[in-house]
Design a protein around this ligand. Structure first.
Ligand SMILES: [Zn+2]
Length: 343
């Protein structure tokens, strides 16, 4: 009954490998206008004074897709945003005209406008989470997550300004070639996530070395190397009658150094995401406090704590569940479920 928080620890230096299951034909998963190679000069998002490019992201119709939205966000933050000085933030519900990338969840061929053409544009990016009409093999339980993540990786390549690698004049790929050459950032890259002729569909959801070089040319390399990060998404549980919730989460390392972040979800802002970056491996512990109100106007308080060890070369998924649900005004514990992923 109480909201759950999804925590994912992803090591920035290690990309999640996914099963190479999708057929080559599914590489036609994306079609966009315009079609130029490499990157479109002039459509690059501008950098802030501190050298970081901040790009807000929102969902036009987020309801019911919290898990899939988490997959997309985590994928983008652990790939493009991990290697370049680009911060994708917000990931909340769109309001008309809001700055940044507006994502529509729809069962179509996923697609995206390129670069700043997305800025504030309703349904500028479309992502498919169901695959009923397109790429139906992605419906399989063991493929869905990797399909959603690797397609998002490609579409966010467009969002950063990249267009299809096979369109280059020096391309050896003859699949869905269109348009002329843009700004060529690297040598031709058969391994690019933006190349339809890549024998590994969307390069198995990993950036190629030249993808990394390209995005770092446009936006600069990540100036601080994080060993890992924790993402927490908090959602208002409308179905359970939740009206608002405040959560405080602390992470501390063995030296007692840490940072605290706040969540505040309500009817006007039904979801929030927060990111913790960690610059060394080792043991971290968290504490979380929850204050929440349901339609019965009785405030409930929750408290929980747990630890995990951030190691190099592993990814973990944590789910913190506030349980058991309690209908009296008392503390309750958070159960931590840790699932090491064999990526
Ligand atoms: Zn595309």
């Amino acid at each position: 009954m109480n909201p759950s928080i999804l925590v994912r620890v992803g090591l920035v230096a290690v990309f999640v490998s996914v099963a190479g299951v999708a057929a080559r034909a599914q590489g036609k998963a994306q079609t966009e206008m315009p079609q130029y190679a490499a990157a479109e000069a002039g459509w690059q998002w501008p950098a802030n004074k501190n050298g970081i490019t901040y790009i807000p992201v929102c969902w036009e119709n987020p309801q019911g897709w919290a898990t899939e939205e988490g997959w997309v966000k985590n994928k983008i933050l652990s790939t493009w945003a991990a290697v370049a000085n680009v911060n994708f933030y917000n990931w909340n519900t769109c309001t008309a005209g809001a700055k940044g990338i507006h994502i529509l969840i729809t069962d179509t061929r996923s697609n995206s406008q390129v670069g700043t053409r997305l800025d504030g544009r309703k349904n500028g990016m479309e992502l498919n989470f169901t695959f009923k009409n397109f790429s139906p093999s992605c419906q399989a339980a063991n493929k869905r997550e990797s399909c959603i993540e690797s397609i998002a990786l490609h579409e966010f390549g467009h969002a950063l300004g990249f267009v299809h690698e096979q369109n280059r004049a020096d391309s050896t790929c003859k699949v869905e070639v269109g348009g002329g050459a843009g700004w060529l950032l690297t040598d031709y890259d058969p391994d690019s996530v933006m190349n339809y002729c890549n024998p590994r569909w969307n390069n198995d959801g990993r950036l190629s070395p030249k993808d990394v070089k390209g995005v770092q040319t446009l936006y600069g390399a990540r100036t601080v190397t994080t060993q890992g990060r924790v993402l927490i998404n908090d959602y208002l549980n409308r179905k359970a009658g939740q009206q608002w919730e405040n959560i405080i989460v602390d992470f501390t390392n063995e030296k007692g150094q840490g940072s605290r972040q706040y969540f505040n979800v309500n009817e006007n802002s039904a979801s929030q995401g927060r990111v913790w970056n960690f610059y060394s491996t080792g043991k971290y512990c968290y504490q979380a406090w929850s204050y929440t109100m349901y339609t019965d106007h009785v405030e409930r308080r929750g408290y929980g704590t747990g630890c995990f060890t951030l190691t190099n070369g592993s990814n973990y998924t944590f789910t913190i569940n506030f349980k058991p649900p309690t209908w009296s005004n008392v503390d309750f514990n958070i159960a931590l479920v840790s699932t090491p992923r064999s990526n």
